[in-house]
Design a binder for this molecule. Structure first.
Ligand code: SF4
Length: 337
């Protein structure tokens, strides 16, 4: 375990989420609305993205400061070429005990084997509906639901199961399909996590009355399948977990709006262009690419990271509602959720 660096609220640095690309093959309106990310949208040129060697250097710096869990995200991370190479480099970094991937699943079937062989341990797939029409509406894509379901099956077959299934529930859009998702997860043995719809970024037109509170989700599910609370798997874990009393698995609830969990937030985020963000709702990050490409040695890079973490006091979700509305926030597709 690396040096234990703490932020201004005493929180250690344990988790690093790395966005490896700003590109995606979906256009989920709550993340990448097509009207803003249309055919003329200029995605980041390759030269501006951190190379795999640069990412690996940054991971080593974070690992030396206490990070043990690394999650690869995007955009859609499987659009970045040869992602298994990066998985292998991160897996070989001292201190990193766990590597996970968050994906929309549409490209997973073809890559699951290579990712597993390179050292990937866990995968989370976004799955907002099992109704093909609602799925395509929620993802604003022509890619089929079946492609995602095939990706989930492939992940299990190569030993990446049980898969975590992340569902962003929006009232009047996909909440009618909640119980179908619960049944699918119970039958397939995967772990469904229902996420309260959040005001991430500045483009998704978030409205509080579109949020289905976790307490309501729990009541709707428990009315059919009784559950008991299990709590959080570890202090920094984002999901509160409940166990089905009939033994058919668990349900996770991610409650950023109604029950914020900033007190235990141990997550840092690295964007594809090397900016360090200390909160999902932050407006700006700290440029580590300039540090890297400016010739910094490992100690200087480590200092840049620890200095930023020590200055951290983010707790946006706890302050939501008390902050001026409409403040600038980085886009989720850029931060990787
Ligand atoms: S709002 Fe920011 S500080 Fe709070 S849990 Fe989310 S990322 Fe962490």
């Amino acid at each position: 375990m690396g040096t234990d660096v703490r932020d201004r609220l005493g929180r250690p640095l344990r988790d690093l989420r790395i966005s490896v690309t700003d590109r995606c093959n979906f256009r989920c309106p709550y993340c990448m609305p097509r009207e803003l990310f249309g055919p003329d949208h200029a995605f980041l040129p390759r030269s501006e993205l951190l190379s795999y060697d640069e990412i690996t250097r940054v991971v080593a710096a974070f690992a030396s400061l206490g990070v043990t869990k690394v999650r690869l995200t995007g955009g859609e991370p499987l659009l970045r070429r040869d992602l298994a190479v990066l998985v292998g480099l991160v897996a070989a970094t001292p201190g990193v005990a766990d590597i996970a991937l968050t994906t929309n699943g549409s490209l997973l079937a073809a890559q699951a084997d290579a990712l597993r062989a390179a050292g990937l341990r866990r995968v989370t797939v976004s799955l907002d509906s099992l109704d093909p029409d609602v799925f395509q509406q929620m993802a604003d894509t022509r890619i089929s639901l079946q492609a995602v379901l095939d990706g989930i099956t492939a992940a299990r077959e190569v030993g990446l199961g049980p898969v975590k299934l992340n569902t962003v529930l929006r009232r009047g859009v996909n909440d009618d399909g909640l119980l179908d998702l619960v049944e699918y997860a119970r039958e397939s043995g995967h772990l469904l996590r229902v996420i309260e719809y959040m005001d991430v970024g500045s483009t998704n037109g978030w409205l509080p009355d579109q949020v289905v509170p976790a307490a309501e989700v729990l009541a709707r599910v428990a009315a059919v399948h009784p559950l008991e609370p299990v709590g959080r798997a570890s202090p920094g874990d984002v999901a509160e977990t409940y166990r089905f009393l009939d033994g058919r698995g668990e349900l996770g609830l991610i409650t950023s709006v109604t029950k914020p969990f900033c007190t235990d937030c141990t997550r840092a985020r690295l964007t594809a262009v090397g900016e360090l963000y200390t909160c999902l709702f932050a407006a700006s990050g700290h440029d580590l690419r300039a540090v890297l490409r400016g010739g910094a040695d490992d100690e200087q890079l480590r200092e840049a990271v620890s200095g930023r973490w020590r200055a951290r006091d983010d707790r946006y979700s706890e302050l939501r509602g008390r902050l001026p509305a409409g403040g600038p926030k980085a886009e989720m597709s850029f931060l990787g959720g």
